[in-house]
Design a protein around this ligand. Sequence first.
Ligand code: NAD
Length: 399
Amino acid sequence: MPSQVVASRIRGFISLNAHPAGCAANVDAEIAVALAGAPQAGLSDALVIGASTGYGLSSLVSAVFGYGARATAVCLERPPQGDKTASAGWYNLAAVQQRAQAAGREVAVVNGDAFSREVKQQTLAHLKSIGARLDLVVYSLAAPKRTDPATGTTYSSVLKPIGAPFHSKSVSLGNDQVTSVEIAPASEADVEATRKVMGGEDFVDWMRALGEAGLLARGCRAIAYSYVGPALTFPIYRSGTIGKAKEDLEAKTRELSDWMAERVGGSAYVGVMKGLVTQASAAIPVVPLYISLLYKVMKEAGTHEGTAQQITRLFRDHLAPGVRPTVDELGRIRLDDRELAPSIQAQVSARWDQVTTENLADLSDYASFRGDFRRLFGFEVPGVDYAAPVETDVPLKLV
Ligand code: NAD
């Protein structure tokens, strides 16, 4: 069993390692947020696909600790190997499993490619073996590629504008400089590939497989996450390749909702969430600079939320048993209301015009962006002794 001092090895928006004690401390902080004011009961079985980091991890924690669910978590994470640490999501789920067990709750973990038929079959077999009747399914995958099981073709998603190049300010996470970037427009094949990866096909495949296996409880609710954002990021996000994929997810979710209503008296939703620092969002050009400005403005206004706060609000106001979700004209639950408030966006946009490398620290909360990014991997977490050796070979009980 290797015990070692783990120093962060971050290159741009990629982290090469993770700190087990820091990840466990992050999970404890998430649990504390999920417990506050929650009934700790109400759900019986939940399935969270993409449950190891970001919005999916917060959803898992809320379902289990806030609403008492027995949960199954699907993820794609790297186990520890020799003196190489595991990925952050592995340590996160190991901590969730440990804390759940201590609280008398169960969290089963399936680690593998959620897009594949094998992982769906493995998950279904596990759910049948425990006699699960799912009253909540959360779909929170953010993936760079997908092999379509029907054809065997592998698609890679891209983050590009459509139609014309996009010129914008951006911050380089490598050297903290505000620079101008030009991003070339996507080809039609790029648009389609991104839709295949991040659109709604796989969410529908999961729900149909679960429904056909008789695993959905009466009144089951399913939710997937989307983003809209401000006009400032439209060319790279909502009007770009990823936005097209999100439109597909939203349209397919509306059809899915009709199918669930007919089949089990249930419903499917898209939750439009706030822009936040996660492994997925840090990789999107322009977005880190926008998020740094947004954090500053929202913190000053007292309306800033992290993934845990966003998800606890989603559960409390919309998804909790007996609560009827409030939806927009497209049937989406909006958790981005505070981000898109006109007073917030007016300030972000004014700062966007002024921001340079020299005034970045004053105008934005870039320091928080960087800190939050490092915390995703368990580094710079308050209360953790980084000089002390830690056991990196942390077990995760897999299905
Ligand atoms: P994230 O990178 O933190 O989490 C992605 C999850 O997907 C992880 O659990 C990872 O293990 C899992 N995963 C990736 N590929 C997989 C595969 N092939 N098989 C199994 N699991 C796999 O991402 P996130 O930012 O929390 O994003 C989750 C969802 O929320 C996405 O749909 C994203 O578009 C949406 N969203 C994110 C933001 C944001 O600002 N971060 C805002 C609104 C909506």
